[in-house]
Ligand binder design. Structure first.
Ligand code: ASP
Ligand code: MG
Length: 442
């Protein structure tokens, strides 16, 4: 059995749905379980419709037109989801009358996107000779806590998912399951969502719980690349990365899976393969516990712009631990998370990724430290074998010196798979290119 996950842009219109259907068909003999996101920007449309409803206007024309037009182009009957559109209109009417939108209602509302998408796809597959059956995730055992908009799946899903899908995986059931990503139900039966981009987690959870051969997430690039191809023209596909590396890649700006979504597969050792829907035969990249070959010194280079660098120097004669405790407490208080950090006895430099005003945080920090806040920075991260850091840094510094770039901070991640450099935004692309040429050849 394999799990195949297609995101919103992969199913954005009739043409794309046909294409995805042909991919599913091509994999039919590997027992695919399919996970879908909402079509295109449907989730955003639904959130916009909710805001409008709050001001008294009920309008789902965006969502309705997209789904009706697509159904027409695919020659499938709108009967497949007419009831859902009615329910959606009722819900928005309710919101518009109450002028109230709780997180719980918001989750109920956005769930329509994925529910519409699976009905569309399964109907299309079925009328074109591939028996398929749609499921709302709770129908195959997706139970979560009640933390609406960012729900955590319950431990019992490890059992409830196989209880529902074993008859397909090992039994006589022939219809390919087409399952909603992103959504679940809590113990009381209320619909929840797993956070934006949550369909990846749905897919990896099913893959891990079912002991699938692999989980495939289909994109429109050739897998995980050595750098962003918009910056580095000759970026190439990385054939294998570990779960740790993939998590760091995601944190530091690469378009991989959300780090959280890797967890179920990491627990089970289920491989996650990133595939290109426009290059079906290409193997893509696989994320796994241990690579089959030798570990290269450098795996990939990522960058993240618009970073804020904060330099703090202690102004009080307190020990380092007291100073750091104070610093971290202020970030906790203002709910700002720190990305990269470097410290000495009396000073600490750290980066955050926010466009919030930092005046209040600054005032709090200034009780113990002199504070220097600099915006417009970039983090360039080299995902690498940190046991070879001397050689990697030597190359990096000689390249950066040639480019006359001044590194403002360096940090080596605790997970031993990355080294990060902070530079000015204006230098970021130059640095990524120079480092890529040096590590991977021009
Ligand atoms: N449709 C949801 C979102 O846009 C979930 C997903 O795409 O994974 O966030
Ligand atoms: Mg989406």
């Amino acid at each position: 059995m394999i799990v195949m996950k297609f995101g919103g842009s992969s199913v954005a219109n009739a043409e794309r749905i046909r294409h995805v259907a042909s991919i599913i068909k091509a994999y039919a003999d590997r027992k695919p379980v399919v996970v879908l996101s909402a079509m295109g920007d449907t989730t955003d449309y639904l959130l916009e419709a909710a805001e409008l409803a709050l001001s008294g206007v009920v309008d789902i024309s965006n969502v309705e037109n997209l789904h009706r037009t697509t159904a027409k182009e695919l020659n499938i009957s709108v009967d497949n989801f007419e009831k859902l559109l009615d329910e959606l209109k009722f819900l928005l009417t309710g919101i518009s009358m109450l002028h109230e939108l709780t997180k719980r209602t918001r989750d109920y509302l956005v769930s329509f996107g994925e529910r519409l998408a699976v009905r569309m796809m399964s109907a299309y597959l079925a009328i074109n000779g591939t028996p398929a059956k749609f499921y709302d995730a709770w129908d195959i055992g997706f139970i979560s806590d009640s933390n609406f908009m960012a729900a955590e799946l319950s431990e019992e899903v490890w059992d409830t998912i196989p209880a529902h899908l074993n008859s397909y995986a090992y039994g006589k059931d022939k219809e390919i399951p087409i399952i909603t990503g992103f959504i679940a139900k809590d113990k009381k039966g209320y619909i929840t969502t797993l956070g934006r981009g949550g369909s990846d987690l749905t897919a990896t959870m099913i893959g891990a719980a079912m002991n699938a051969e692999e989980v495939q997430t289909w994109k429109d690039v050739d897998g995980i690349l050595t750098a962003d191809p918009r910056t580095v023209k000759n970026a190439r596909t990385v054939s294998e990365v570990t779960y740790d590396e993939a998590a760091e890649l995601a944190y530091f700006g690469a378009q991989v899976l959300h780090p959280r979504s890797m967890n179920p597969c990491r627990v089970k050792g289920t491989p996650v393969r990133v595939k290109n829907s426009y290059n079906i035969d290409f193997p893509g990249s696989v994320i796994l516990a241990k690579r089959s070959g030798e570990r290269p010194p450098v795996t990939a280079i990522t960058s993240k712009k618009d970073i804020v660098l904060i330099d703090l120097v202690s102004t009080r004669m307190i020990g380092q631990s007291g100073f750091l405790a104070h610093v971290f407490n202020q970030f906790l208080k203002w709910e700002i998370s720190i990305d990269v950090i470097a410290t000495s006895e009396v000073s600490v430099s750290l980066t955050i990724n926010t466009d919030k005003s930092l005046d209040e945080l600054k005032a709090d920090l200034e009780r113990y430290a002199s504070v220097d806040i600099k915006r417009g920075k970039s983090i360039v991260t080299v995902i690498c074998d940190v046991t070879r850091s001397s050689e990697i840094l030597q190359t990096a510094f000689s390249e950066l010196a040639k480019e006359k770039v001044n590194v403002q901070m360096i940090s080596q991640g605790a997970s031993k798979v990355n080294i990060s450099f902070i530079v000015d935004d204006s230098e970021s692309n130059i640095v990524v290119k120079a480092l890529h040429d040096a590590y991977f050849g021009e």
